[in-house]
Design a protein around this ligand. Structure first.
Ligand SMILES: Cc1cc2nc3c(=O)[nH]c(=O)nc-3n(C[C@H](O)[C@H](O)[C@H](O)COP(=O)(O)OP(=O)(O)OC[C@H]3O[C@@H](n4cnc5c(N)ncnc54)[C@H](O)[C@@H]3O)c2cc1C
Length: 374
């Protein structure tokens, strides 16, 4: 019998990024351990907005748009696999999504942004529509007169992100993965061609390691010759009580969940590691939501929360294999829901093969050093 503390691959971090990679690896027949710190850690995966979103992403790095599009296209396959492996419907819907604007100026900036996005060389363009109030009112009944216009792309969608996290873990277990909760990895080193992980009083060995510890990567990565210059960015979300289905498309900042609740979000705040909610930001979110859908005035707020995004300096993902210690990989991004399909079905096989290949080369952290130097 194999030594239980020796694995082909150890994935550090059991949030959406680590769980998607772990699931993809385990499905491929790799012997994987998934180590997670536990409830005291900052966990974006339990506080996010649940969009599978393509529209507008990739301004400044065209390959990010292409990677996001690939993930959105492969999402139905991931959802079907999770239904089979985890007996869970993650409530994926991809009916296309709207970005609504509450002033002419907002609409102008929005259209300029998308135009600049699509002008980038190497970007796989996708159609988008610019709609005025009347055209929007036909497609989204109930919008308020404050909505002057918006943009639509048919690639966008949403999912139940908590069911997704649970299903990835269940699928991982179904394929023989070993989950180690409450196991904070403290030290990493390589010895005799293997990585040795010291975690919560135990020692594990693995031929490869994947650092997918969200904000925890900041301190883990340098131990294996990698850099993960991530910072927290706070987002606040309001949850309204369940109401009859009135919204059939996700909006960038408001969506109705499969369970009938309405999520309103999500702010982008530089607040360090402070993950508490604040009335001023929540009031702004609520005000915009009411101007978008005046009928929500009569719907009660059930909950609010704040969570911390895992942000790189330029906002794009970092995927990298250590040059100094080959076999050590880093994976971090700020759209782990959207990219779950790419992580499970594209990234995991590349990690198993030991080479991230040309598609992921633009996501190396080297680009960040270049930026710092100029
Ligand atoms: C408000 C908000 C809204 C968002 N909305 C969306 C959205 O609509 N769509 C979308 O695609 N994305 C969205 N995101 C982003 C998405 O939630 C994140 O990209 C994703 O959750 C990141 O997952 P992660 O696994 O990298 O990090 P985390 O969820 O933070 O998980 C990291 C895990 O690593 C573990 N860990 C840390 N250190 C260690 C250690 N030393 N040893 C072992 N384990 C460790 C922690 O316990 C934790 O479970 C949103 C995020 C926020 C905060």
């Amino acid at each position: 019998m194999a030594n239980p503390a020796t694995f082909d691959i150890a994935v550090v971090g059991g949030g959406l990024v680590g769980a998607a990679i772990g699931y993809g690896l385990a499905r491929g027949g790799v012997q994987v351990a998934l180590l997670d710190e536990g409830d005291i850690a900052y966990r974006a995966s339990r506080g996010n907005f649940g969009l599978v979103w393509v529209q507008g992403k990739g301004l400044g790095l065209a390959p990010y748009s292409n990677w996001t599009q690939l993930s959105a296209r492969r999402w139905p396959e991931l959802a079907a696999l999770l239904r089979a492996d985890a007996d869970t419907d993650v409530a994926l819907e991809q009916p296309g999504g709207f970005h609504l604007c509450l002033s002419e100026r907002e609409l102008e900036v929005r259209v300029q942004t998308l135009t600049r996005l699509f002008a980038q060389p190497g970007l796989e363009a996708y159609p988008f529509e610019v709609l005025d109030h009347a055209a929007l009112a036909d497609r989204i009944p109930g919008i308020g007169s404050a909505v002057v216009g918006g943009t639509y792309t048919r690639l966008d969608g949403h999912v139940n992100a908590l069911k997704l996290l649970r299903a990835l873990h269940a699928g991982f277990g179904k394929h023989g993965g070993t989950y180690l909760p409450n196991t904070r990895t403290e030290r990493l080193q390589s010895s005799g061609g293997r990585f040795v992980l010291e975690a919560h009083g135990t020692t594990l060995r693995a031929s490869k390691i994947v650092l997918a510890a969200g904000l925890g990567n900041l301190h883990l990565a340098p131990q294996v010759g990698l850099a993960a210059p991530v910072r927290p960015q706070r987002g606040q979300i309001l949850v309204l009580e369940r109401v009859r289905r009135f919204l059939h498309h996700p909006l960038a900042t408001l969506r109705q969940t499969d369970e009938g609740t309405v999520l309103i979000g999500d702010s982008q705040e530089e607040a360090g590691y402070d993950d508490t909610v604040g009335l001023a930001v929540l009031a702004t979110l609520a005000d915009r939501a009411l101007r978008t859908f005046p009928a929500l005035r009569d719907v009660r707020i059930n909950r609010t929360w704040a969570a911390l995004r895992v942000m790189s300096p330029d906002g794009f993902p970092v995927y990298e294999q250590s040059r100094a210690q080959p076999g050590a990989f880093l994976a971090t991004c700020h759209s782990g829901v959207t990219l779950a399909a790419a992580h499970a079905l594209e990234l995991a096989p590349l990690i198993a093969a030991g080479d991230l290949g040309p598609r992921l080369q633009p996501f190396s952290a080297e680009r960040l050093h270049v930026q710092k130097a100029t």
